[in-house]
Design a protein around this ligand. Structure first.
Ligand code: ACM
Length: 488
C-alpha cells in the first residue's frame, strides 16, 4: 500500500519520488550548522520528532557522513518569501531547506505531518519532494481572552495547534466590557480592579508582563507572532470601571458580566481620555516585538461619527508614535486611515463601499468574515456551545470561500490575509475552545496558505479525516463533523 501523504495546509508542490522511504530509528539525528538562530529551531525539530517517536532525538552540528539524518539548512535557491521551504526525503536522509529560519519552522511541521506509522510500530516518511510557500503573509487566529480568560499554558496549546497548521499570527482580544487581561505598567488599576470578572460570573485572570513575554517568546520559536488588541473606543467597561475619570460623572461604572455589546464608550471631550489612550497604547506597543497593535474600534453604537473618528485617530497616533502599525476592526474604515493600516473585515451584512475606498487609500484588508471564519458560531442547530448570529458554520463552510473576491471592488493585492476568530461568551475553558476550533481551524489555515488551484474540498476532507489521531493523542476535544470519514 502506498504511504499516505496528507499535509494540511496543502503544499504548492508534492511529488513522490519512488525512492525507499525514510525510517525514524534510534540512530536518527537532526543536523544543523551551529548558528545561534538555527540551534533553537533544530531543538524544536528534535523535540517534535522525539515526541512522535517516543524517544529523544539528538541535535548535531556536523554530518560526518552519518545516515538517518534530518538536515536543516538555509539556502538562497528558493522562491521569494520568508516562509518558503523545500523538503526532500528518502531512505537515510531528509533535507529541510529554506531561505530563513521561519521557513525551516514550516518545513519541520510538514515533516511531522508526513510521519506515518507503518506495521511493526515503525515511523516512516514517504520519499517525496515538497516545494512550498504561503499564499498570504497574514494567517491568523483571534482569541477573545476577555469574555473568558485563558491561562498561559492553554494559550501555548493554541499556539502549538496554530504552528501545526502554519498559522502565523495570534491576535489576542485582551480587553472588553467583562475584563482587562494584560497588566499595563502605567495603569495598574486596569488589572487590579477589572481582571477578576468574566461572563456569567466565572473566574477571571490576567497576564503579567512576564507571562506576556513568555507567550510572545513561545510563539516566536514556532513562527507565531502575537498581535495585542486593546479595544477602544467601545467595549471599554473594564477600563471605565477601573478609572472613573474616563466617565462624565467621574465615577467608576459597575462591573459587567453579561454578553450585550455596544453600550460602553470613551469620551473625546474628557481630559483623561487622551492620556489614557497614549499611556495604554505606548505601554502595550513597548511589550510587542511584532509590527502591529490592534486598536479594536468595533460596535460603538452610542457615538457620533466625528467623535468616533477623533478617538480612532488618537489611538492610532499613539500606536504609530510607538513605532507600530495599526490594525482595527472594519468600522475604522469610516475614518481617515494612514496607508498600510490593516482593516479587519468581519460583518458581511454591510455596504462594501467604505472598504473599497479604504483599499484605494492604501489600507490592507484582513479577511475574517463572520459567516465563514468566526469559529464560535455553532456547527449546526444541535451544537451545544457557541452563538449563531452569523449563521451555522459546518466544516465545508469554513473551507469553501475565496478571500480575494469576498468584498466586491477590493482588489486582490489589497488583501493581506485571512484570520479566524473565536469569541468566548459561551466558551469557558480550553476543551470548549478546541471543540469549536477543530476541525475548522485546519480549513481556515488551508484557505490562508494554499493557492486556490491547490484547494479541493474532497481532497481536504480525506486529509482532515486523518488528523483525528493527532488531536486525540494531544487529548484535545474536537467536533466529529459528519462531513468527514474520520480515521480513529
Ligand atoms: C466583532 O465581532 N465585534 C469584531
Amino acid at each position: 500500500m502506498p504511504d499516505v501523504i496528507a499535509v494540511i495546509p496543502q503544499p504548492a508542490v508534492v511529488e513522490t519520488t519512488g525512492d525507499a522511504s525514510f525510517e525514524l530509528t534510534e540512530a536518527t539525528t537532526v543536523v544543523v550548522d551551529g548558528r545561534p538562530d538555527l540551534i533553537g529551531i533544530a531543538v524544536l525539530a528534535a523535540d517534535l520528532l522525539g515526541r512522535v517517536g517516543g524517544r529523544a532525538v539528538e541535535v548535531r552540528y556536523a554530518e560526518n557522513g552519518a545516515d538517518d539524518i534530518v538536515r536543516l539548512r538555509l539556502v538562497e535557491s528558493l522562491p521569494a518569501g520568508d516562509e518558503a521551504y523545500r523538503l526532500t526525503s528518502r531512505k537515510g536522509r531528509i533535507d529541510l531547506e529554506a531561505r530563513t529560519p521561519a521557513g525551516l519552522v514550516r518545513a519541520i511541521v510538514t515533516l511531522r505531518q508526513l510521519l506515518v506509522a507503518a506495521p511493526g510500530g515503525v515511523l516512516r516518511v514517504p520519499a517525496v519532494r515538497i516545494e512550498d510557500a504561503p499564499r498570504y503573509q497574514w494567517r491568523g487566529l483571534s482569541v477573545d481572552v476577555a469574555r473568558h480568560f485563558l491561562p498561559v499554558r492553554d494559550l501555548k496549546v493554541v499556539i502549538g495547534l496554530m504552528a501545526h497548521y502554519k498559522l502565523n499570527v495570534l491576535h489576542l482580544h485582551l480587553t472588553d466590557d467583562q475584563g482587562w487581561r494584560l497588566h499595563v505598567r502605567s495603569r495598574p488599576l486596569l488589572t487590579r480592579l477589572s481582571s477578576s470578572t468574566s461572563v456569567d460570573g466565572d473566574p477571571g485572570g490576567f497576564y503579567t508582563a512576564e507571562d506576556y513575554a513568555d507567550l510572545v517568546a513561545y510563539g516566536a520559536v514556532r513562527g507565531v507572532r502575537v498581535v495585542p488588541e486593546v479595544d477602544v473606543p467601545g467595549h471599554v467597561n473594564a477600563a471605565t470601571h477601573a478609572y472613573g475619570e474616563l466617565n462624565p460623572t467621574g465615577e467608576p461604572t459597575e462591573t459587567y458580566t453579561g454578553i450585550e455589546v455596544g453600550f460602553s464608550r470613551l469620551h473625546a471631550d474628557l481630559p483623561a481620555t487622551g492620556a489614557f489612550l497614549t499611556d495604554v497604547f505606548s505601554d502595550v506597543a513597548a511589550m510587542t516585538p511584532g509590527e502591529y497593535v490592534h486598536i479594536g474600534g468595533d460596535e460603538v453604537l452610542t457615538m457620533e461619527a466625528d467623535e468616533y473618528a477623533t478617538l480612532v485617530a488618537a489611538a492610532s497616533a499613539a500606536v504609530r508614535a510607538a513605532g507600530k502599525k495599526v490594525v482595527g476592526w472594519q468600522e475604522i474604515a469610516h475614518t481617515p486611515l494612514e496607508p498600510g493600516t490593516v482593516v479587519q473585515y468581519w460583518d458581511t451584512r454591510v455596504d462594501p463601499a467604505p472598504f473599497v475606498a479604504a483599499a484605494q487609500a492604501g489600507a490592507l484588508l484582513l479577511m475574517s468574515p463572520g459567516s465563514k471564519a468566526y469559529l464560535d458560531m455553532k456547527y449546526d442547530a444541535s451544537t451545544d456551545l457557541g452563538l449563531e448570529w452569523a449563521g451555522h458554520i459546518e466544516l465545508r463552510d469554513a473551507y469553501d470561500w475565496e478571500p480575494s473576491t469576498l468584498i466586491e471592488g477590493v482588489p486582490a493585492e489589497s488583501v493581506i490575509g485571512v484570520e479566524a476568530a473565536v469569541w468566548t461568551e459561551t466558551l469557558r475553558d480550553l476543551p470548549a475552545l478546541t471543540q469549536m476550533l477543530l476541525p475548522r481551524l485546519a480549513a481556515i489555515a488551508e484557505v490562508a496558505w494554499s493557492a486556490p488551484e491547490r484547494r479541493d474540498w474532497d481532497d481536504f476532507r480525506t486529509r482532515v479525516g486523518r488528523q483525528a489521531p493527532f488531536w486525540d493523542r494531544l487529548g484535545l476535544s474536537w467536533y466529529a463533523s459528519p462531513q468527514v470519514d474520520w480515521t480513529r
